[in-house]
Write a protein that binds this ligand. Sequence first.
Ligand code: ARG
Length: 457
Amino acid sequence: MKNSTTKKTITDNTVDPDILSYTVGEDPVLDKALTVWDCMGTAAHVTMLSEMKLPRSIVTKAEAAKVRKALGAVAAEAMRGEFEIRVDDQDVHMAVERVLTERLGDLGKKIHTGRSRNDQVAVDVRLHMKDEILSAETETVELAKALSRFGAKWGAIPLVGRTHLQPAMPSSVEMWATGHAEMIADQIENLEAAYRLADINPLGSAAGYGVPLPLDRQRTTALLGFRRTIHNCFAASMARGECELALLSALSQLMAVLSRLAQDLIIFSMPEFRYFTLPREYCTGSSIMPQKFNPDVLELIRSKAAQVLGLQTASASLLHAMPGGYNRDLQDCKWLYMKGLEITRTTLRILAKVVDGLGVNAESCRAAFSPGVFATDVALRKVAEGMPWRDAYHDVRDHLERLGEENADDAVRAKKHEGTTLGIDRKVYAARFAEIAKGVKARQAALAKCRKALLGV
Ligand code: ARG
């Protein structure tokens, strides 16, 4: 029997169980990913509370140290997968407060002073996102590196460059591979924009309107390692969902780029092309057709790209008619960005594995060079002999039957300017990838340092 006078739940809830379960939704599961960050936010808040100049302190410095230690223990339990969020906790915030109250008595009941779950979840999500974006950036660079390695390994093997999917001009395996690598690495610009938006602190805005206590918001910004504070508390509450949307749009654009790579791989590994070969163990069979080795893994990348775009659309739709201030709809932003991250990060890792396993069939690549592929090069040779370009173009177009066998390898070697077949500078990529990795590492270390200082883990 519940004794409601002595065993009040944190918000003293009298909510109907069906309504409670509908409103709580997936939070007890999703919030597991936020637990460490929630502890970090609370440790910063309580530290700041203990430093406030008041006639009578709410939390003393010694008490704040106790709270930080207890939060560190909760964070460690969460990292081991041992921290439980119950449905009647509703979310991680109340679960942590419950546990701290169980462990520290009245002191645990003080940690929520001057806070709301609104600024609490907003800060958790931003810390979590910063950490996840950095990992996603690492995985993005790893995939770009895998493609560059593949390009370097198969060097100057000629590949038909296509426009409209039709044979167009001489290209090479390396040009194709590093072209995709560069496209993928450039997506980090969008991830960085999402990171910058996540890297501002909403803490201290409480329910979105501040509190009559001298909260030092700059202090928690420094303790948590944010680059600045969201100044207006109302803005801090409305910003919930905005960085989730920015992240999802970066992720969906990245997924679209990955999907295009997958699509090229599907086409170029078809028996009709056979430029590339997928390892047998990366292909899946048919229950009826014994001869089948299908690229299901690549097809699913296309479908996942569509799903992440759907998540982005869901998150934009959720926000567009939202009135100012906190609304519970915002809770649903959480699974959207978390799902988007999970899908994208898994896809990045899987694609790197597929690329590492790819083979090249040089014979098929060369055999695909029909005479037409050299047409532009032939016209340009006429230009070198003094013919105006348009006349050279018509001369070749009017007598396509005169185009004969040309050497694909020579054509690949003939193009030397920046970024063409023989003008790809591997050092440019190596330097860019190293710079991105360095930036990621520095920020991961800074975040880990703040976490260690606040929680000891
Ligand atoms: N789980 C909630 C969310 O993600 C926490 C905030 C609840 N705030 C409120 N005012 N009901 O949005």
